[in-house]
Design a protein around this ligand. Structure first.
Ligand SMILES: O=C(O)C(=O)CO
Length: 324
């Protein structure tokens, strides 16, 4: 008997509970172990004629790719909050609903920013490397010292859901929180943080700078040499948002010159092959874009994507549509 369940193409595996739900509800082709490439996705879509595609960051679907999707596709659900890998206007122009997974990853992503902050400030890369080389002798009282983050001035660029969750955690460290954002937040959301209408005005006051805004043509490369030079010498730079926000040549120069004491990076311009110069810098703590990578959060994200697919294919409104 032919399988009449909706056809859904997965560009990669999801967590076990999400896979179980998908396998019960949908007709799916074999799921690859690694995330598909754009070419593989387009080939699989042509053959399978899915009504829905479940995808994620790291798999770009640009204008020309979108034109090659079969007419069967009604919804593209990305298991991510960021949508910069998708050409939203091109998808909408084809009548395809796009959904993402906001909110459910806020806490995890904020945890990641704090992890990067502590790791960068407390020289986790260097300590880890020393342990692996062989510790061998006691460190001198003034050797390999990090920076205390408690009580320091934290500048947050982008005070959306994730920025506010970072601010909440930072208050637990008695940090003095500042933020720059398109608009000032109401005082209950601001929770004592100091507002700056421009990033440039905020930078001279920051011991630590953390980015929490989406990638877009307007924010591309916004953290450049000029802005980095506005930070106090020896500041710490954190990016758990998007690599495209940063001019990486300028970041590397600032880390080499001591303008920045350290950086904690989860995201890069060229993923999954970041600029190799980062690997040579001892004062950078690097992780492979894992801000949402916990069992709980990845399951919540996958379930939300499936809820969206089910809603759209049943003719209902998507729960979390991405608007133009
Ligand atoms: O959901 C996203 O956009 C992410 O980058 C997850 O870390």
């Amino acid at each position: 008997m032919s399988d009449t369940r909706p056809r859904v193409l997965l560009t990669q595996r999801q967590t076990t509970p999400v896979m179980q739900r998908i396998e019960q509800s949908f007709n799916i082709p074999t799921v690859p172990d690694q995330q598909m490439t754009t070419r593989e996705l387009l080939d699989a879509a042509r053959v399978f004629q899915p009504q829905a595609i479940l995808t994620a960051t790291g798999l770009p679907l640009r204008g020309n790719d979108v034109l090659l999707l079969p007419d069967s596709v009604k919804v593209v659900a990305t298991v991510s909050v960021g949508t910069d890998h998708l050409d939203i206007p091109a998808l909408h122009a084809r009548g395809i609903v796009v959904t993402n997974t906001p909110d459910v990853l806020t806490e995890c992503n904020a945890d990641m920013a704090i992890l990067l902050m502590l790791a960068a400030a407390r020289r986790a890369s260097e300590y880890g490397a020393l342990m692996r080389r062989g510790w061998g002798r006691s460190l001198a009282m003034d050797e390999l010292l990090g920076t205390r983050i408690s009580g320091k001035r934290l500048g947050i660029v982008g005070m959306g859901r994730i920025g506010r969750a970072v601010a909440k955690r930072a208050r637990g460290f008695d940090m003095q929180v500042m933020y720059s954002n398109r608009r000032r937040l109401p005082s209950d959301q601001e929770a004592g943080a100091t507002y700056f209408s421009t990033v440039t005005d905020m930078l001279p006051h920051c011991d630590i700078l953390s980015l929490h805004l989406p990638a877009s043509p307007e924010t591309d490369g916004m953290i450049n040499a000029d802005l980095l030079s506005c930070l106090p010498r020896g500041a710490i730079f954190i990016n758990a948002a998007r690599g495209a926000l940063v001019d990486e040549d300028a970041l590397i120069d600032a880390l080499r010159s001591g303008q920045l004491a350290a950086a904690g990076l989860d995201v890069y311009r060229n993923e999954p092959n970041p600029d190799p110069r980062f690997l040579e810098l001892p004062n950078v703590f690097l992780t492979p874009h894992v801000g949402s990578a916990t069992v709980e959060t990845r399951t919540d994200m996958g379930m939300m994507a499936v809820d969206n697919v089910e809603a759209v294919l049943a003719g209902r409104d998507a729960l979390t549509p991405v608007r133009a």
